[in-house]
Design a protein around this ligand. Structure first.
Ligand code: CAA
Length: 382
C-alpha cells in the first residue's frame, strides 16, 4: 500500500489550496452573511479546472482521477463549504451521469460548458413529498406520438437551481413500474415550461443557492433523454454513489478547517496560568478530533481509490460519507465548545463551520440512508 500522491494530484491540491486561501476564505463571511451566490469565485474555479476535475480534457475538464477530486474538494471546503457544494454538484451530480450515460452530442453540449465553469449544472431528484424515498417521485414525463415527452411536476431543494443553465431531471415515464419507470432528462432552463420558485433561506452553506423548480408542459425532445428510458433511477443512484465521495471530502474539509483553527487557539488561549491546550480535558478533545479527522480523510480517499479501480464502490462511498459527515458535525461542535464565547461569535468562522457541517449529514442521502445502504450491502438483507 502506498499513501503518497502523484505529482498531478499534488498539483491540483496546490491549485485548489491557493484559490481557497487567497480568494474563497477571505470572502466567505460576506457571501454567507448575504446569502449571495459567489459568481466571480465560481468563474475562477472553472478557469482552473475545478468544475470538472474528473472530466476528460476533450470535454473541457482537467482529466484527473477521483483521488485528485477528493484532494481538491477538501481544500475548497476548508476555504468555504458553500463553494465546495457548488463545485461538487457541477463535478459529480451533473457531469458524472452524462459522461457515463450520455450520447456524444450530450457530452459536448452539456458537460463542456459546466466543466469549464461557463454554465452551472444541477441535479433534480428530490420532490416536496419524496426525499429519502427517491423512487416515490410524482413528476411525470408523458411520451407523445412523435417520441417527445411532456413534463409536469415540482422538484425541491435543488442545489444551484436559481442559477443553473442545465439540469439533469428525474421523472416518472411509467409510474406503474415504480423505480423501473423513472427516466432521466437533460433540461435547458431557457426553454418554455421551466420555472424557478423562491430561494430557500438556509442554516448553512448560504452562498450556495437552493430553490424549488416547476415544470408546466415542458417539452423534452427524444434527444434530451439521458441513458435508456426506465433506467433513470439506476442512473440517479450511481451518480449519488460518486456524489457521496464528494460530500465526504467536503465534510473532511470543513472538519479540517475547524480542527486547525482549534489547534492554534488552544496553544494561544490561556486560563489558570497556562495554555488551555495543556489541560487534559482539552487534550482529550484534540486527540479525538484528530482521530476522527484522519479516519474520515482516509475513508474518503479509499472510496475514491476503489472507484478509480473500476470496482463497485457503493458501500465505500456510503461508509466515507457517513463517517466524514458525522466527524465534521462532532469536530465543529467541539471546536465551537473549545473556543467558547469566541466560537459562538460571528467574528470567527467557527460558528459557520458548525452550521455548514450539518448539511453533510442530510443531503445526497441522510446518515440514516447511508446506514441502510451499508447494512443492506453487508448483510444482503432488506
Ligand atoms: N447503483 C446502481 N443501481 C442501484 C443502486 C446503486 N448504488 N442502488 C440501487 N440500485 C438499483 C437496484 O439494483 C434496483 O434495481 P432493480 O430494479 O433492477 O432491482 C433499483 O435501483 C431499486 O433499488 P432499491 O429497491 O434498493 O430502491 P429503494 O427504493 O429501496 O431505495 C435507497 C434505495 C438507497 C433508499 C435510495 O432511494 C436512496 O439512496 N435514497 C436517498 C436519496 C438521496 O440520496 N437523495 C439525495 C438528493 S440529491 C441531493 O441531495 C443533491 C444536492 O442537493 C446536493
Amino acid at each position: 500500500m502506498d499513501f503518497s500522491f502523484t505529482e498531478e494530484q499534488l498539483m491540483i491540491q496546490d491549485v485548489a489550496r491557493r484559490i481557497a486561501q487567497e480568494k474563497i476564505a477571505p470572502s466567505a463571511e460576506h457571501f454567507d452573511r448575504l446569502g449571495e451566490f459567489p459568481v466571480e469565485n465560481v468563474r475562477i474555479l472553472g478557469e482552473n479546472g475545478l468544475m470538472g476535475v474528473e472530466v476528460p480534457v476533450e470535454y473541457g475538464g482537467a482529466g484527473m482521477d477521483s483521488i485528485a477530486y477528493v484532494l481538491a474538494m477538501i481544500e475548497i471546503a476548508a476555504g468555504d463549504a458553500a463553494h465546495s457544494t457548488i463545485m461538487s454538484v457541477n463535478n459529480s451530480l451533473f457531469c458524472v451521469g452524462i459522461l457515463k450515460n450520455g450520447t456524444e452530442e450530450q457530452k459536448q453540449k452539456y458537460v463542456r460548458a459546466v466543466a469549464e465553469g461557463k454554465a452551472i449544472g444541477a441535479f433534480a431528484l428530490t420532490e416536496p413529498q419524496s426525499g429519502s424515498d427517491a423512487s416515490g417521485m410524482r413528476c411525470r414525463a408523458v411520451k407523445q406520438a412523435d417520441g417527445s415527452f411532456v413534463i409536469n411536476g415540482k422538484k425541491s431543494w435543488i442545489t444551484s437551481g436559481p442559477v443553473a443553465r442545465y439540469i439533469v431531471l428525474f421523472a416518472m415515464t411509467e409510474p406503474e413500474k415504480g423505480s423501473r419507470g423513472i427516466s432521466a432528462f437533460m433540461i435547458d432552463t431557457d426553454k418554455p415550461g421551466f420555472h424557478r420558485g423562491k430561494t430557500e433561506p438556509k442554516l448553512g452553506i448560504r452562498a450556495s443557492a437552493t430553490c424549488e423548480i416547476e415544470f408546466t408542459d415542458y417539452v423534452a425532445q427524444p434527444g434530451d433523454i439521458l441513458g435508456a428510458e426506465g433506467e433513470g433511477f439506476k442512473t440517479a443512484m450511481s451518480v449519488l454513489d460518486a456524489g457521496r465521495i464528494g460530500i465526504a471530502s467536503q465534510a473532511v474539509g470543513i472538519a479540517r478547517a475547524a480542527y486547525e483553527a482549534t489547534l492554534e487557539y488552544v496553544k494561544e488561549r490561556k486560563a489558570f496560568g497556562k495554555p488551555i491546550g495543556a489541560f487534559q480535558m482539552t487534550q482529550a478533545k484534540i486527540a479525538d478530533m484528530k482521530c476522527r479527522l484522519d479516519a474520515a480523510t482516509l475513508l474518503a480517499l479509499r472510496a475514491a481509490w476503489v472507484k478509480g479501480q473500476g470496482k463497485p464502490f457503493t458501500t465505500e462511498a456510503s461508509v466515507a460519507k457517513l463517517t466524514a459527515s458525522e466527524a465534521a458535525m462532532w469536530i465543529t461542535h467541539q471546536a465551537v465548545q473549545i473556543h467558547a464565547g469566541m466560537g459562538y461569535s460571528k467574528e470567527l468562522p467557527l460558528e459557520r463551520y458548525f452550521r455548514d457541517a450539518k448539511i453533510t449529514e442530510i443531503y445526497e442521502g441522510t446518515s440514516e440512508i447511508q446506514r441502510l445502504v451499508i447494512a443492506r450491502n453487508e448483510t444482503g438483507l432488506r
